[in-house]
Design a binder for this molecule. Sequence first.
Ligand SMILES: Nc1ncnc2c1ncn2[C@@H]1O[C@H](CN(CC[C@H](N)C(=O)O)CC2CN(CCC(c3ccccc3)c3ccccc3)C2)[C@@H](O)[C@H]1O
Length: 157
Amino acid sequence: AAEGAELLKATQLKARKKHLRFQRSKIHDWGLVAQEPIESEDLVVEYVGELIRPQISDIRERLYEKMGIGSSYLFRLDDGYVVDATKRGGIARFINHSCEPNCYTKVISVEGQKKIFIYAKRHIAAGEEITYNYKFPLEDKKIPCNCSSRKCRGSLN
Ligand SMILES: Nc1ncnc2c1ncn2[C@@H]1O[C@H](CN(CC[C@H](N)C(=O)O)CC2CN(CCC(c3ccccc3)c3ccccc3)C2)[C@@H](O)[C@H]1O
């Protein structure tokens, strides 16, 4: 049953993939834009990258900082593990944050492998930019938020 569900998900993702394009974003640099309408609760995309242990991600984060890459394509999981999409990443790495997002993320363990899926939390019209809440931990050094939604909190962290 699990494999079946997994296979179905994979085909859904493949079908969906051709209707997502990364384009210039009004929020920041590049973003992921829906080319066709997406129904609420539909699976949009998987955040594909390398699953790395907390210790490794700290080292990589410092490395990326040194390389001037700044905020990298790291997706932090609750248990400290990180999915790093910097080298080998899918299009989901271009998704920007919004304080009033149209998607949400869900971490699902498939045969012990943690996978991050992004689902629509409402109907998304063609041409809309895909967004989710990054849920960055609060920090002193603020990254100003440019989501321009009514409930914008003003910063990502
Ligand atoms: N609501 C928001 N308001 C204001 N800012 C927002 C909002 N949402 C997201 N952001 C910004 O987007 C970041 C997240 N970002 C989401 C996508 C991004 N739009 C983009 O265009 O890539 C992915 C990261 C951006 N970085 C790019 C690195 C790139 C690089 C770095 C330096 C020089 C050249 C290139 C790089 C390239 C190749 C390999 C490694 C790094 C990764 C957040 O950390 C924040 O800075």
